[in-house]
Design a protein around this ligand. Structure first.
Ligand SMILES: Nc1ncnc2c1ncn2[C@@H]1O[C@H](COP(=O)(O)OP(=O)(O)OP(=O)(O)O)[C@@H](O)[C@H]1O
Ligand SMILES: [Mg+2]
Length: 121
């Protein structure tokens, strides 16, 4: 990933999206326990010696909320941006790195790099 890059994560519940975001937080010197799947917060910002982490979880995002939370600006701004449930993002992000996570078995995950297009029309 580039220092200001966007990482789009797709995969079922429990496939490991937040754990991967926590690993990235660790790499930026941020306490990994700060990075969670919040119940009602769509986007959280964390700051560490290695830079800023924007962590978004779109699972509960309603279509009408998209504009009001300014996601497009946040994702274009500084810092590493990690988006869980990225297939709910209603716009394209050329240049983003997109990964699909799959639970294979207890303690085993597949992480596959995908083309950066959304499944939404
Ligand atoms: N790479 C991995 N290898 C093995 N086990 C993992 C891995 N990533 C996550 N897990 C296990 O799966 C559990 C769920 O992971 P995590 O919370 O990151 O999933 P998630 O994709 O963020 O789920 P949600 O969609 O509910 O937010 C973790 O608590 C951990 O036990
Ligand atoms: Mg999660």
């Amino acid at each position: 990933m580039r220092p200001d890059g966007v990482l789009l994560l797709d995969g079922d519940l429990g496939s490991g999206k937040t754990v991967l975001a926590q690993g990235i937080a660790t790499g930026l010197g941020i306490d990994r326990s700060e990075v969670q799947s919040p119940t009602f917060t769509v986007v959280r910002e964390h700051s560490g010696p290695g830079g800023r982490l924007i962590h978004a979880d779109l699972y509960r995002l309603a279509a009408e909320e998209v504009d009001s939370i300014g996601l497009d600006e946040l994702l274009a701004g500084p810092g590493v941006k990690v988006v869980e449930w990225a297939d709910r993002l209603p716009f394209e992000l050329p240049g983003a790195l997109r990964l699909r996570l799959t639970r294979l078995a207890e303690g085993q995950r597949e992480i596959r790099r995908m083309a950066t297009t959304n499944s939404l029309p």
